[in-house]
Ligand binder design. Structure first.
Ligand code: MD5
Ligand code: FE
Length: 203
């Protein structure tokens, strides 16, 4: 089923469930070339979420700031290509939410171990906020914090479960959001962590 989280945010419950193993196999292939790493924020904090990327551009952060980069500074090589199964899933989810012809050039892969969290932030490192973001959740459940356009706005709490896909567009694109500290649990497909993929048109 599909439900509106708010204007311009569509939750597609279980949209990725039928292809969960294929998606996680693709993630494993990416991680073999570009291992997960915990990056540093411009303020000097090490993120609790471990990240990697695939596709022409990857989101990175270090002491110099947040940005998209074509090269993985850990390997000195371009990020691994975006596996077809991932590109296809993102395009089909965007289409189901009303965005035809979504062709992402960046896929950020986030790994949350128990205790990892992402504090409230906006995604604004992309060039065109008219492009949607597609987010795929796998493994352990998480509490998604869904705020407003100002940091002070009260955040709704929404559970995101294995296989759920959310498409953020229009006015939802710039809302503050985050992930509450992940609870312990076990999931047979993800080594007891949560994997989130976010597909973006960054350039
Ligand atoms: C996650 N990741 O579950 C989330 C899913 C990130 C990030 O936030 O930046 O890597 S993406 C959620 C999202 C994207 C764009 C807009 C909004 C939420 N929103 O308006 O709430 O690891
Ligand atoms: Fe975000």
């Amino acid at each position: 089923g599909s439900e509106a989280l708010c204007a311009d945010a569509v939750l597609l419950r279980g949209f990725a469930s039928a292809e969960d193993k294929a998606v996680l196999d693709a993630v494993k292939r990416v991680v073999a070339d570009a291992p997960f790493r915990r990056m540093t924020t411009p303020g000097g904090f090490r993120m609790s979420v471990a990240m990697t990327n695939c596709g022409p551009l990857g989101w990175v952060t270090d002491r110099r700031g947040y940005r998209y980069a074509a090269v993985d500074s850990d390997s000195g090589k371009p990020w691994p290509a975006m596996p077809q199964v991932l590109q296809s899933l993102a395009g089909r989810a965007a289409e189901a939410a009303g965005f035809a012809d979504f062709v992402p050039d960046a896929c950020l892969i986030n790994r949350y171990e128990p205790g990892a969290r992402m504090s409230l932030h906006q995604d604004k490192d992309e060039q065109d906020f008219g492009q949607p973001i597609v987010s795929v959740s796998l493994g352990l459940p998480a509490v998604f914090l869904f705020g407003g356009l100002r940091r002070e706005d009260k955040a709704l709490r929404v559970q995101l479960l294995h296989g759920d896909v959310v498409v953020w567009g229009g006015t939802a694109r710039l809302r503050y959001h985050g992930i509450a500290p992940l609870k312990n649990g076990s999931h047979p497909l993800t080594d007891d962590c949560r994997i989130n993929l976010t597909f973006r048109k960054a350039a």
